[in-house]
Design a protein around this ligand. Structure first.
Ligand SMILES: *[C@@H]1O[C@H](CO)[C@@H](O)[C@H](O)[C@H]1NC(C)=O
Ligand SMILES: *[C@@H]1O[C@H](CO)[C@@H](O)[C@H](O)[C@H]1NC(C)=O
Length: 279
C-alpha cells in the first residue's frame, strides 16, 4: 500500500495505536468461556482455577481406550457440550457402534475445580446413572489437567475406569497441556480494568481524531493530532502554571525585571509629557 501523504512516522504511529487497541480489546473481552461451568458450590478460588483453563474452553478433546474386545471413545469439553451432547462435559461411546447413544459421564452444570501451580483437577458429576454397578449412582468424571510443554493445547488419555466398587465410582482422564505451564495470572483488580478502559478510550480518541484530521479535514504534519490547537493551549497553560509554581524567583521581580527592557521606553515619554502639560 502506498502512503499518499504525511510522513512515514504518522502511519507508524497509527499502526502502533491500532495494535494496542486490538490488544486492549482482546484483554477485555476473552475471559468468559469458562463461565458456562456451574460450580457445585460457587467459590472464588474454584473460579480462579477455572479461569486459568480459559484457553482450553469449548474444544473437543478425545481419547480412546480398549479393554479386551471392548473399545470406547471419550470426548471431553471444558464448560461446553462435549461431542455436541447438550449439558455434557464428558461423554463415552462405543468406538465400534458410533450410532448408539453416547453415555454422559459428567455434566458441566455440576463442576468442581482444584488446582496447584501446574495442575488442575476438574470434576464433573451428575452424569448418567449406572445400570447395576456402583449402587446405581450418577457417573462422575475426573479430569487431571497438567503441564506438559510439548503437548500443545492438549492431549488426552484415559487413565482409569474404576467401576468395580460398591460406590464412589469414577472415570479418570488425563489431559496434558502447555496451557498449564504458564504462571497463573494475578487477578485483575478493578483499578487496572479502569486503567485499561481509559487507555482504550484514549487510543480510540487518538486514532479516530487522527483519521478525521487526516482524511476529512486534510491536515498534515503535527496538525493531524486531534484538537491540536486545544492541546497546544493546554500545554502552554500547564507550562505557565509550572512556571508560576516552581520558579524560585518571585513573579513580581520577574515582571519588573522584564519590564526594564520594554516598558520604560514607551511609558517614560508619556510621563514626561504629563509633567510638561501643566507648565
Ligand atoms: C465437538 O464435536 C461435536 C460432534 O462431533 C461437534 O458437533 C462440535 O462442533 C465440536 N465442537 C467444537 C468446538 O469443535
Ligand atoms: C444438571 O443438568 C441435569 C440435566 O439437565 C440435571 O438432571 C441435573 O440435576 C443438573 N445438576 C445440577 C447440579 O444442577
Amino acid at each position: 500500500m502506498k502512503v499518499v501523504n504525511g510522513p512515514g512516522g504518522g502511519s507508524f504511529l497509527v499502526w502502533t495505536l491500532l495494535v494496542q487497541l486490538v490488544l486492549c480489546g482482546s484483554g477485555v473481552y476473552t475471559t468468559d468461556h469458562t463461565k458456562s461451568c456451574i460450580l457445585l458450590s460457587e467459590s472464588d478460588s474454584e473460579r480462579k482455577v477455572l479461569n486459568r483453563l480459559e484457553p482450553l474452553a469449548h474444544k473437543n478433546f478425545t481419547a480412546e481406550t480398549t479393554i479386551g474386545t471392548e473399545s470406547y471413545t471419550y470426548v471431553f469439553q471444558l464448560c461446553g457440550d462435549a461431542g455436541g451432547v447438550p449439558g455434557a462435559g464428558v461423554i463415552q461411546y462405543d468406538s465400534k457402534k458410533t450410532e448408539t447413544k453416547p453415555k454422559v459421564i459428567g455434566r458441566y452444570n455440576a463442576t468442581q475445580a482444584f488446582g496447584g501451580s501446574d495442575w488442575v483437577l476438574l470434576i464433573y458429576t451428575s452424569g448418567d446413572t449406572y445400570g447395576e454397578r456402583c449402587s446405581k449412582e450418577a457417573r462422575k468424571a475426573m479430569i487431571m489437567i497438567s503441564c506438559d510443554k510439548k503437548a500443545g493445547l492438549g492431549q488426552m488419555k484415559v487413565e482409569l475406569e474404576d467401576r468395580q466398587r460398591l460406590q464412589d465410582c469414577f472415570y479418570l482422564l488425563e489431559l496434558d497441556s502447555s496451557v498449564m505451564c504458564e504462571v497463573p495470572e494475578s487477578h485483575i483488580s478493578a483499578g487496572s480494568i479502569i486503567l485499561i478502559i481509559a487507555f482504550c478510550l484514549l487510543a480510540i480518541y487518538l486514532i479516530g481524531g487522527f483519521l478525521y484530521q487526516r482524511l476529512i479535514v486534510g491536515a498534515k504534519g503535527m496538525e493531524q493530532f486531534p484538537n491540536y490547537a486545544f492541546w497546544v493551549e493546554v500545554g502552554n497553560m500547564s507550562a505557565d502554571g509550572c512556571d508560576f509554581v516552581c520558579r524560585s524567583q518571585n513573579r513580581e521581580d520577574a515582571r519588573a525585571y522584564r519590564g526594564v527592557a520594554t516598558e520604560p521606553l514607551e511609558e517614560e515619554p508619556e510621563e514626561r509629557d504629563d509633567h510638561l502639560l501643566p507648565m
